[in-house]
Design a protein around this ligand. Structure first.
Ligand code: 13P
Ligand code: SF4
Length: 330
């Protein structure tokens, strides 16, 4: 029997004390088994959450898992737009997000009403939107993409076809450079990837000559121009596994270093530093999820992601197009 709780929408998570003597890792494992729940986690989650997850991946991998799971409950250790995608793809599952406040600066930068007005200025253009946006913005889009499949998708659009790309201007500018296409860009950025310091990165390159720079395409061009490899989180992880060198500079949220270090115990991973005094690069949204909130979310099966069916169907169409256009992409 589930103890009923109401999640205050202003607070956004189950706000109650957790018995400090509980072994949360064990309790989360027990609840997952008892409730037939699957725990999907993004690489930017804190290491303790990654260690209890059933699957850790990038946005494309997580979407594929959410669509394919036969679990009754999907607990999404990630941010709101990711849990929304899980609900869109698996409407009959209960989808839980430990903290509803876990948003994304890119999604916030592209409100659907403003985007609709922007889109109306380019009536002949196809709209390709990065998955880091709300369900309402997805519903205004023709094709969704992630950082893994964006280039492959743009290349499948006929060369004479105009394209709007939203909401990440850095990813969009990088795609335009890669494909030679003239993309109309929405002006959004990720607060984490936008703040890596070019100057500090160059100093690191001098200190560690020969260490390749692995960067996420959400980074600013001033950082991307120093990168030896640019890809999604899963692609960055795979590159480090396959490359024979022993030291790497990594320009993305530092949570990914946990899996990279586990994959390659003998290699060294150096996080690229952001501007300002801090040497850490943690996404403040992703890091709202904690083991305690995860535990309470499984106990009470809340907060739950719910969605109007009309909106879900409208957002599903461009996601299904993405899935069809990225069959071979890892
Ligand atoms: P990927 O893990 O798909 O590369 O995306 C990174 C990101 O910023 C997720 O919010
Ligand atoms: Fe959004 Fe950036 Fe955080 Fe990813 S790292 S969830 S893009 S704010």
């Amino acid at each position: 029997m589930i103890p009923l709780v109401t999640v205050d929408p202003v607070i956004g998570y189950v706000d109650e004390p957790v018995d400090p003597s509980l072994d949360l890792v064990e309790e989360i494992g027990r609840l997952k088994r008892e409730k037939n729940a699957v725990l999907l986690a993004h690489y930017y989650q804190e290491p303790a959450i990654q260690d209890v997850a059933d699957y850790i991946g990038d946005s494309l991998g997580l979407s594929r898992k959410a669509a394919a799971t036969d679990a009754d409950i999907i607990v999404f250790a990630g941010v709101h737009f990711m849990a929304e995608v899980a609900k869109i793809l698996s409407p009959r599952k209960k989808v839980l997000l430990p903290d509803l406040n876990a948003g994304c600066s890119l999604a916030d930068a592209c409100p659907a009403d403003d985007f609709a007005a922007f889109k109306a200025r380019y009536p002949d253009h196809v709209v390709v939107s990065y998955i880091n946006c709300s369900a309402a913005t997805k519903a205004l889009s023709d094709i969704i993409c992630t950082s893994s499949n964006a280039e492959a998708i743009i290349r499948q659009i006929p060369p004479e076809q105009g394209i709007i790309f939203a909401p990440d201007r850095n990813l969009g500018a990088w795609l335009a450079k890669q494909t030679g296409r003239n993309l109309v860009l929405w002006d959004g950025v990720c607060i984490v990837h936008q703040t890596f310091s070019e100057e500090k990165l160059v100093r690191l390159k001098v200190r560690f000559p020969g260490a390749p720079v692995l960067a996420h395409p959400e980074c600013d061009e001033t950082v991307l121009r120093h990168a030896d490899f640019i890809g999604s989180t899963s692609q960055i992880r795979a590159f480090a596994r396959e490359d024979a060198r022993d030291t790497f500079i990594v320009a993305t949220e530092e949570g990914i270093l946990h899996q990279m270090q586990k994959d390659n115990p003998g290699k060294h991973f150096i996080p690229a530093p952001p501007e300002g005094g801090c040497s850490c690069s943690q996404c403040p949204h992703m890091r709202l999820n904690t083991l305690e909130k995860l535990y309470l979310c499984l106990v009470h099966e809340a907060p739950e992601i719910t969605m109007d069916e009309g909106l879900r169907l409208a957002a599903l169409r461009p996601i299904e197009r993405m899935m069809a256009m990225s069959a071979g992409v890892q």
